[in-house]
Ligand binder design. Structure first.
Ligand code: GDP
Length: 442
């Protein structure tokens, strides 16, 4: 995940400051020099770092902070606030049409992830806002681009409008008619990309902009290209005018320079981030959550949102009832595993948990393979065994292990995990909030 190096360095710095108790102005300045270096190493542009440090220093060396009971914590809080501000303050949303379909024009250099993220974003809009998206193939130079859009559209079951290699403006117009006729309320134009910014490309994009008047122009840039992404954002904004940025491949970007510089360099917010190759790996960009994640405070809100999206209320009620009666069975455990699997990449979820919890989270316990094994084991049991795990003696365990091609130790491991879950859920049902608090170490 992004920001690993930066996170680690900032945490070391803050730990040192905390260790000191009372702080002098020169302690703070020395600490902020380390913050400055960490940001530069994270490939944040020089000017952005300079302005950032000036602001933070201004706020940190005042007597309010130095004479407070917890100066180091105050400094972390200030850095957190300023990092949030740096990335855009509050959350940005995409504009919507007051009448007819909303038109989102996606632009960007080749390879940034434009086509894939057209589909991802369309999927997100459908999932989160109940929209009925249409994807439009306006990249008319590469036949492969049209096919690629069709493939990703098909994977998500989202319709794709194409007219082969015609005039992109004409295609967009026809697509809008199609959308109105077919009840699609949001349209994504997948425009042509190039390896480098050139005049011809910009002219074509300007032409589409002036003829179609999209409600939103989103620039797709690759986080892994660091300052090149920032330069691309500046160039596209100057030539075409963009409304926001979709920053892709944040999962592969260990440094985070683009995420931290784009807003300050262009004045345009990052609105979405791509966090993996799979088509559901896209998130709204929340500056405050990202700042907390950088500072190792985790990202519980995103985690809870993900969980809520997948959470089946009815099933949860049933489960609660069973827990109260202490009648949790392996069939319930199987349901839980399936729900957890639906939440997506588990190591990604673990990385959103704060500090120690995230680290102590043993991803191997719930990795995909382990989950598949657990499911296979439970599925090899009879209904009676699933409902009454205590009847599982040695011979039953041998039969089950043979049935799913695993060993008795695997069956025992699953039973242990099941027991642990029973213990934990028992503690949690004593009071939902208290349970959560205990989990979070609070
Ligand atoms: P385009 O040329 O801009 O249309 O780019 P594509 O949509 O073809 O994407 C280029 C490559 O980036 C593909 O292999 C995508 O799977 C990959 N990609 C897109 N978004 C992400 C992301 O958020 N994370 C990762 N790891 N890969 C991504």
């Amino acid at each position: 995940m992004a920001f690993e190096g930066l996170s680690e360095k900032l945490n070391e710095t803050f730990k040192r400051l905390r260790g000191k108790g009372r702080l002098t102005e020169s302690d703070v300045k020395a600490g902020l020099r380390e913050v400055r270096l960490a940001l530069l190493e994270a490939d944040v542009s020089y000017k952005v770092v300079k302005d950032f440090i000036a602001k933070v220093t201004d706020r940190c060396v005042g007597s309010d902070v130095l004479e407070s009971l917890t100066p180091a914590q105050q400094i972390v809080k200030i850095v957190n606030q300023e990092l949030t501000e740096l990335m855009g303050g509050s959350n940005a949303r995409i504009a919507t049409a007051s009448k007819g379909p909303t038109v989102v024009m996606m632009v960007g250099l080749q390879g940034a992830g434009k086509t894939t993220n057209c589909a991802k974003l369309a999927g997100l809009m459908r999932r989160q806002y109940g929209k009925r998206p249409l994807l439009v193939a306006c990249d008319v130079y590469r036949p492969a681009a049209i096919t690629q859009l069709q493939v990703v559209g098909q994977q998500l079951d989202i319709p794709v409008f194409e007219m082969g290699q015609g005039d992109p403006v004409q295609i967009a117009r026809e697509a809008l008619k199609y959308a109105s006729d077919h009840g699609n309320d949001i349209v994504f134009l997948d425009t042509a990309g190039r390896l480098h910014i050139d005049e011809q490309l910009m002219d074509e994009l300007k032409n589409i902009k002036e003829s179609i008047h999209p409600h939103e122009i989103l620039l797709v840039v690759d986080a892994m290209t660091g300052q090149d992404a920032v330069n691309a954002a500046t160039a596209f904004d100057e030539a075409l005018g963009i409304d926001g940025v979709l920053l892709t491949k944040l999962d592969g970007d260990a440094r985070g320079g683009a995420a931290l510089s784009i807003r300050a360099a262009t004045g345009k917010p990052i609105k979405f981030v791509g966090t993996g190759e799979k088509l559901d790996m896209i998130e709204l960009f929340h500056p405050e959550r990202m700042a907390s994640r950088i500072l190792g405070m985790g990202d519980m809100l995103t985690f809870i949102e993900k969980a809520e999206q997948q959470y089946d209320e009815k099933q949860a009620k049933k489960l609660e009832e069973k827990l109260r009666k202490n009648r949790l069975t392996l069939s319930d455990y199987l349901d839980q595993l399936e729900q957890l699997q639906k939440m997506g990449d588990l190591s990604q979820i673990a990385s959103m948990l704060p500090g120690n919890l995230g680290k102590s989270f043993d991803a191997s316990q719930i990795d995909e393979k382990q989950m598949a094994h657990s499911k296979a084991i439970i599925q090899s049991m009879t209904v009676k065994e699933r409902e009454n795990p205590q009847i599982l003696n040695a011979s039953r365990k041998r039969r089950i292990a043979a049935g799913c091609g695993l060993e008795v130790v695997d069956v025992n491991r699953l039973l242990k995990a099941f027991e642990a879950m029973q213990q934990m859920t028992k503690a949690m049902t004593k009071g939902k909030m208290r349970g959560m608090g205990a989990m979070m170490g609070g």
